[in-house]
Design a protein around this ligand. Sequence first.
Ligand code: GMT
Length: 375
Amino acid sequence: MKIGIVCYPTFGGSGVVATELGIELSKRGHEIHFITYNQPVRLEQLSNNVHYHEVNVPEYPLFHYQPYELALSSKLVDMVKLHNIEILHVHYAIPHAYAAYMAQKMLREESIYIPIVTTLHGTDITLVGSHPFYKPAVTFSINKSDAVTAVSQSLKDDTMRLFDIKNEIHVVTNFIDINKYNFHFTDCQRDMMAHENEKIITHISNFRPVKRIEDVINVFYNVQKEIPAKLMMVGEGPEKEKAEQLCEKLDILEKVIFFGRSHEIDKILCFSDLFLLPSETESFGLAALEAMASGVPVISSNTGGIPEVNKQGVTGFLSHVGDIDDMSKNAIHILSNQERLKTFKQNAKVEAAKFDIHNIVPQYETIYENTLKMC
Ligand code: GMT
């Protein structure tokens, strides 16, 4: 199939999932066209059947907000015609599903029917999409998609609860390529980060308020009082400064390393003992799955889709949002016994393997095939 993929080209989970999906589909013989405003960060190599088409939005002083949807829908029309793209898969409803629908309408005028598959990722539903400013447009574009998928059962339930949805929503979970995590770094360079007796705790996110960065710091603060430990904070975002200030206030700055954005997530996870994800809401928690695939147990909140990934008492522990004491207690429980830590690490890997890319991508292929048949 010739598939157009629209996504955010950033470090965010939805962009990562869309990019990894496109790369895997290309390996399975499909021709993939990424259509977005930058080359996706995880798309390192373009090839015969992986193409990238940039959406340009020229700055014009009259516009307070540059009309990205307009530029995207025009680009979609041009690319569908030029490359005979058969199906569009848009990741993140806002504004991608809306722009795709406009492109579909324009192409119809030329007797071309391009089906749209929309994948809902989370914040496009739970945080941004359900805002009254956007809700009618988001509802409309979900209902007008030819097929809709959600990355967890929890996100499907939220979507059905928050919007008036007429379409069926298929749950196709996020995934990881487990082979990529079967690495054995001979030297994780762990000793550059921590002393031998110290445990390494990691958090990776976009440092937005929804990630509850202060909870990460407070849990770590409690843990390091009991167990020698270091905290790796990976990512950039609006809460980073607050986090640094809190570390300073708690006098733990020398135990916390702020990496900023990193392309070396696998190396960081390789030397990690525990992953913290205390989010306010999380439709899936791809970062937790990536940690588990590296054999890192997870201490998380029990919100949204996280319980579909992190299994209580098996791959880690889940607590109510904001329950720092419970998260600290659970973290200490795992880290304080070497044998127990080893078991949790093994369990994390086994559970993560259930989300292997090779099990999930065929589900998308089936959805494309069925959608094409229906149109
Ligand atoms: O977590 C974020 O803020 C980024 C966001 C995104 O759109 O990239 O992540 C969402 O999609 C990911 C991929 O499907 C999910 O793993 C994340 O759980 C989800 N984030 C939230 O629901 C807050």
